[in-house]
Ligand binder design. Structure first.
Ligand SMILES: Nc1nc2c(c(=O)[nH]1)N[C@H]1C(S)=C(S)[C@@H](COP(=O)(O)O)O[C@H]1N2
Ligand SMILES: [Mo]
Length: 223
């Protein structure tokens, strides 16, 4: 992007100014309280609870029908898989309620999600013993990295329903990831592809100053 149109979206709708601002916040350590919390405490340090559900993305909100959506999973796995909508719905379904914590300091409690437990996917793809990290890629070009240990948890799911309704387009519908115990930027909306990796690599925000892991109780906001 040239800096001449820094004040508005680029032709594809990317919010360049917002992205620059968030990079500056990462450099300045915005939101850091310098304390750590314990997962026993519901609210992580520096977070405030909101009841609405803010929308945060790069400005591109892919318009995907269920038929347009599919997820491919590959890299360091024994069985690469591709799930289309029918395959996703054929998996065992779980309903989980959890809190979400955005690095921009809002938290939203008691979100009810329905979808497929990440552990169901892990059982099918069988990561190779050397696989330790995942790269998640989305239909808007977004990416984010997560350690396998943070994905291999009961509360992580591939969600298609929020509060009993199909997940709205602006929140990543038809299908997004939910990793509730990490900052919400790790929860890729419009999930498209998962690559298992031996070595960690930065995703979109991680390459722009955000933390490689992102534990809210440890205030791992920036890297
Ligand atoms: N595909 C995609 N996923 C994304 C993002 C994005 O820009 N694109 N933004 C991330 C960030 S920074 C946050 S805080 C959450 C916001 O999710 P929400 O818009 O449903 O609140 O989505 C995350 N997942
Ligand atoms: Mo975010």
């Amino acid at each position: 992007m040239s800096d001449t149109n820094d004040d508005g979206p680029d032709p594809r709708g990317v919010k360049e100014k917002l992205i620059r601002t968030k990079e500056q916040w990462a450099k300045a350590g915005r939101g850091l309280t310098g304390t750590t919390g314990s997962p026993q405490e519901r609210r992580p340090p520096g977070q405030r609870v909101t009841e609405d559900f803010p929308v945060l993305d790069l400005g591109i909100q892919p318009n995907l029908s269920q038929a347009d959506w599919s997820l491919t999973v590959g890299g360091r796995v024994t069985n690469a898989v591709k799930w289309d909508w029918a395959a996703l719905m054929a998996q065992p379904q779980v309903t989980l309620t959890n809190d979400i914590h955005c690095v921009t300091t809002w938290s939203r409690y008691d979100n009810q999600w329905k979808g497929v437990a990440m552990r169901t996917l892990l059982e099918q793809v069988k990561p190779l013993p050397s696989a330790k990290f995942l790269m998640l890629k989305s239909f808007d070009g977004y990416s984010t990295n997560v350690p396998l240990a943070d994905i291999d948890r009961d509360e992580v799911l591939i969600a298609h329903t929020w509060q009993g309704k199909p997940l709205a387009r602006e929140h990543g519908g038809p299908v997004r990831l939910v990793v509730p115990h990490l900052y919400f930027w790790k929860s890729a909306k419009w999930l498209r592809h998962i690559t298992f990796m031996d070595q960690d690599q930065p995703g979109y925000w991680e390459a722009r100053g955000y933390h490689m892991r992102g534990d809210p109780w440890e205030e791992q906001r920036y890297g």
